[in-house]
Write a protein of this length. Structure first.
Length: 127
């Protein structure tokens, strides 16, 4: 999934987003996570979330941590977009939440269109 995460980050940067979670896609940074404590990771991720304007999560591969970040984002009243491939087994807690935009994508172009639409919706929200 790393190439998909990298493409999402690159495309969001291209759209003008300041992507704060580059540690997810940078192999060198990810390797250094083994040398920091869970408390440090939690503090870093929560601080990044508090500075964010939205959360975009690729949820094809289930992650308790990402689920927690989605919940915290909703608590902070951030717009949340969850992306997944058709074969994903996405939690009913995500699929059933009316405050989360959930989009299934079938390829790179489809994914880019979804990201572009979400970016536009954020601009319209702020206008």
């Amino acid at each position: 999934m790393l190439p998909v995460y990298q493409h999402i980050c690159d495309f969001l940067n291209h759209l003008g987003f300041d992507v704060t979670s580059l540690h997810v896609v940078d192999k060198d940074i990810a390797e250094t996570e083994s040398s920091i404590t869970e408390q440090d990771i939690y503090g870093r991720d929560m601080n990044l979330l508090k500075k964010s304007d939205c959360l975009i999560a690729e949820v094809t591969v289930p992650s308790i941590g990402v689920g927690y970040e989605i919940c915290r984002s909703l608590g902070l009243r951030l717009p949340v977009l969850c992306l997944h491939k058709p074969e994903a087994n996405v939690s009913a807690m995500i699929l059933g939440n009316p405050n989360i935009q959930i989009k299934e994508y079938t390829g790179q172009e489809h994914l880019e269109n979804i990201l572009r639409e979400f970016a536009e919706s954020l601009k319209n929200r702020d206008a």
